[in-house]
Design a protein around this ligand. Structure first.
Ligand code: ZN
Length: 497
């Protein structure tokens, strides 16, 4: 797609076209040569690095250690846990030939590493003193994708997978919920996505898990995105892989295991939670460039403006602000403004000869004054406003921009929360339910029966997203079939990615 083809289809006109054009035009990705694969370009990969660094820090702070397991797994490993293999078989890529001949046993390209890690845990754990074992791996996995969508569904994707083993259910459940909380914090505090934490219904569980928990975000088309999951496996995998320990009384016991994952799909979540008709809107904590400086000047002045922009950039960098100077000489300032808007840079600075002479620089926020959710305090500075832009003093720019970026991050979370709340309806009738899931989420009683879930899906395309952890205890009758509610509270339904 040519970069000189300006803009994208407006989000409000066709959300799907908007997303599909934007990921390429913002230079986040390109298509891989194999259908369903994705090249992550430097601008997109920097977002992943920032997200990954934050998740990794939290994983380590909560006592986990990183390790790395092989990409290729013997096919027989997957067959040891019946539900697991059934759940994954349609998506498996299998290596049958290598070294110039057919292999005796086919090898599976990992769709997840449950089995190989289970095998190693069985080897490494012998006593209660070895527990808990708290492992994490950063890796790529392959799940063959028939309907690919960049970041959301690709044949190969990047993620982390945590795998832990515990002496008993209580300890394993504390781990499962602790990891869920970690994901909720990453989503809210870093990606500015106001996710709902909850448990999956039986029909939506991970293959082989006893309980699956999720954080669900709402995208700006009202659909849900499962943004991270955490599973309690009970002793299913421990039995399949003989993960056992000698208890203090000398008896051999099976471990209780967990696994949990968050992936680069989160980048799709960020795009669809915050983006608008003009393109991406990136939360400052995940923005490759938090501030872009566009020097403005012709002829002799061009050189002077560029060096002044570079000097300002290095002062901002020293204040911890990721800053980029747009030095492309052949492009007009107007083109550059649109380009950085499309690419979601939170704050743009314009530096021209008159600004420099006055010791000022012009600031334009990607979203801000007068826009929904924009806090008034953001503009309180006494600086001169010109059409949504504001003049700042060069001297105070580092401190002021640090403040602005923090405010921008908070504004995005508030804006997304307001959007989610405005598109979530608590409903009791089927008519209200069907209406609510057209544009967002319905919070309703459900009987918990799989046939009823299927019926709702066939009628509306909505599925149970989660049984929220928060939410008052309530009893009622199923919104679809009038049988008694199964969960002691209302659950969230929505269409999803
Ligand atoms: Zn029902």
């Amino acid at each position: 797609m040519a970069r000189d083809e300006r803009g994208v289809t407006p989000q409000s006109e066709d959300f799907s076209a908007w997303y599909n054009e934007l990921v390429f035009k913002a230079e986040l990705v390109d298509r891989g040569p194999v259908r369903g694969t994705m090249v992550i370009r430097p601008y997109g990969y920097r977002i992943w690095e920032l997200l990954q660094a934050d998740i990794d820090r939290r994983i380590k702070e909560t006592g986990h250690v990183n390790a790395y397991f092989p990409l290729l797994i013997p096919e027989s490993y997957l067959k040891r846990e019946a539900e697991h293999v059934e759940g994954f078989s349609p998506e498996l890529a299998v290596v049958t030939h290598a070294g110039g001949k057919e292999l005796e046993e086919p090898l599976v390209v990992r769709p997840t590493s449950e089995t190989v890690i289970g095998e190693m845990m069985a080897k490494w754990i012998s006593s209660h003193r070895d527990l808990p074992m708290l492992l994490n791996q950063w890796a790529n996995v392959v799940r063959w994708e028939m309907r690919p969508r960049m970041f959301l569904r690709t044949t190969e994707f990047l993620w982390q997978e945590g795998h832990t083993a515990h002496a008993d259910e209580a300890d394993a459940m504390a781990e499962t919920l602790g990891s869920l909380d970690l994901y909720a914090k990453v989503a809210r505090d870093v990606a500015a996505m106001p996710v709902v934490d909850g448990e999956k219904t039986a029909g939506e569980r991970f293959p082989g898990a006893q309980r699956t928990f999720t954080v669900e975000g709402m995208m700006r088309d009202g659909r849900a995105l499962q943004s991270g999951t955490s599973h309690y496996m009970g002793t299913n995998f421990a039995k399949a892989f003989q993960i056992q320990y000698a208890a203090e009384n000398g008896e051999l016991e099976f471990c209780h295991t967990t696994s949990w994952g968050m992936s680069a799909r989160m980048i799709g979540g960020v795009i669809m939670t915050h983006g608008d008709d003009k393109g991406l809107v990136l939360p400052p904590l995940l923005a490759p460039y938090q501030v872009v400086i566009v020097p403005i000047g012709r002829g002799d002045q061009a050189e002077q403006m560029l060096s002044a922009a570079r000097e300002l950039a290095s002062r901002l960098e020293r204040a911890g602000i990721r800053t980029h100077v747009d030095a492309r000489a052949q492009l007009s300032p107007g083109f550059k403004f649109h380009d950085w808007e499309l690419r979601g840079v939170p704050i743009r600075l314009e530096l021209g000869p008159r600004d420099l002479a006055a010791g000022t620089v012009v600031m334009a926020r990607r979203l801000g004054n007068g826009q929904a959710g924009g806090p008034d305090s953001v503009s309180a500075d006494g600086g001169q406003e010109r059409g949504g832009k504001e003049s700042l003093s060069l001297d105070s720019a580092p401190a002021r921009l640090s403040f602005e970026l923090t405010a921008f991050q908070a504004m995005l979370l508030q804006r997304a929360t307001d959007f989610r709340d405005a598109h979530t309806a608590t409903v009791d009738s089927w008519e209200e339910f069907a209406e609510a899931v057209k544009t967002g989420w319905a919070v309703a009683f459900h009987c918990g029966q799989p046939d009823c879930e299927d019926d709702i899906k066939a009628a509306t395309a909505a599925t149970p997203r989660c049984i929220p952890l928060e939410g008052p205890a309530e009893e009622g009758t199923c919104v679809r079939c009038d049988r008694p509610s199964a969960y002691g509270k209302r659950i969230i339904f929505g269409r999803s990615y």
